[in-house]
Ligand binder design. Structure first.
Ligand code: CA
Length: 222
């Protein structure tokens, strides 16, 4: 499970992230509302844990913005204000759960597990790797439209990250067995895709493994 945690209180954030990591949950952390929203729009999170009182944009602003954009990632709101009206407001705005501060991290873990288990909220038509995501149905890479062939290459690479795909395999898989002598097709398309990856400024790149083929890797891992 991968979640986004938007929290400006550093000590609280560090402590919670530590426990979540120990529970096998990987956490991306944003320390203010603006950064939080920028990350929250990415369809790479199983859930978002959202503090309400934040610098720049409040948790309410983020929640409302996400739901207006029809982004349905499950959200747990956190707040020191445990008044019923806040809870009602959160749920009305489209939050999935609400946890009053101070809370036990074990309680947060349990709520996250319950939320992510809920069916119908997860859209498995989006595959993510590192900080990029590919929408199979709309053929978009981080919302950037791809041609049919580009899309097939990306889908192959992103479904098998960190694994080398040979040029021959990509060629016959994407263009068919008649294309065996046209191996420059693959080079041309890989080069186009690299340009698109640059546009979305990601840590993910397509690495050439000389004599073997290509693989998708995250810079931090390579
Ligand atoms: Ca706060």
């Amino acid at each position: 499970m991968r979640i986004l945690y938007v929290e400006d209180e550093k000590y609280l954030a560090d402590a919670v992230i530590h426990v979540l990591n120990k529970s096998g949950i990987s956490v991306d952390h944003a320390a203010d509302g603006e950064e939080g929203l920028n990350l929250a729009v990415k369809p790479i999170y199983d859930a978002i844990v959202l503090d309400i009182m934040l610098p720049k944009l409040s948790g309410w602003d983020i929640l409302r913005d996400l739901r207006e954009r029809k982004i349905k990632t499950p959200i747990i709101m956190l707040s020191a204000l445990s008044q019923t009206e806040d809870k009602v407001k959160g749920l009305n705005y489209g939050a999935d759960d609400y946890l009053a501060k101070p809370f036990k991290t074990s309680e947060l873990v349990a709520r996250l597990r319950a939320l992510v288990r809920r069916p119908a909220l997860q859209d498995d038509k989006v595959i993510s790797f590192g900080d990029i995501y590919y929408d199979i149905k709309n053929r978009t890479l981080c919302d950037l439209p791809l041609s049919e062939k580009e899309a097939e290459i990306v889908e192959t690479l992103i479904k098998n990250p960190e694994q080398v795909q040979s040029k021959e395999y990509l060629l016959t898989h994407v263009w068919g067995s008649d294309a065996v002598d046209e191996d420059n097709y693959v080079e041309v398309y890989i080069s186009n895709l690299r340009k698109k990856l640059e546009k979305v400024s990601t840590n993910v790149k397509i690495k050439t493994i000389r004599g073997l083929g290509y693989k998708l890797c995250s810079k931090s891992l390579s």
